[in-house]
Design a protein. Structure first.
Length: 173
């Protein structure tokens, strides 16, 4: 079994111009949500082989904090093109990275692309506020990342650093 973890960066500072958006940092609340998310992944014995993140400050800070809190010994791979990328482009990048991933892959990105990909994979509308993480599992990454995948019910969501019971979204539409 393989796992694909898709996460929207945690809450970031506001009040920046469009030009300075890339440099926005996490708020203290955002850092805490990322810490809680990593700690929850650790408690669930989920360990990633690779982490891919947009190079925007808030996404790299989210990835670093989740990695540290989960106790993983790896560095996130930054990709500037993930900044405001569309769901189809994110999926293609994940396919390429998945060929080098044995068990689990975490991607930290931005809305609308990351939220759209989460909803496409789940086949339904799901809430994707800052700090949301969706965990998908399948036999292979090809099953999860095909151009027209079958609906994959997430194993669980983490919203605001708290695990959301599967029953709450299995029937979402």
């Amino acid at each position: 079994m393989v796992r694909l973890l898709l996460m929207r960066h945690a809450e970031a500072e506001s009040g920046f111009s469009e030009d300075a958006d890339f440099q926005r940092n996490l708020t203290e609340s955002g850092r805490e949500v990322a810490r809680q998310t990593g700690a929850l992944l650790k408690s669930l014995n989920i360990c990633c082989d690779q982490v891919l993140a947009s190079t925007a400050h808030r996404t790299m800070q989210t990835a670093d904090t989740v990695i540290d809190s989960a106790g993983w010994s790896l560095q996130p791979a930054g990709d500037q093109q993930l900044y405001n990328a569309r769901a189809a482009w994110i999926r293609s990048q994940l396919r390429a990275v998945a060929t080098r991933t044995e068990h689990a892959l975490l991607m930290v990105g931005h809305n609308p692309g990351i939220g759209m990909l989460i909803c496409e994979l789940a086949g339904c509308s799901l809430p994707v506020p800052p700090g949301t993480l969706a965990v998908f599992a399948a036999g292979t990454f090809d099953e999860l990342l095909a151009e027209n995948p079958r609906r994959v019910v997430p194993e669980f969501l983490i919203i605001g650093g708290q695990q959301v019971p599967a029953e709450r979204f299995r029937t979402a539409s």
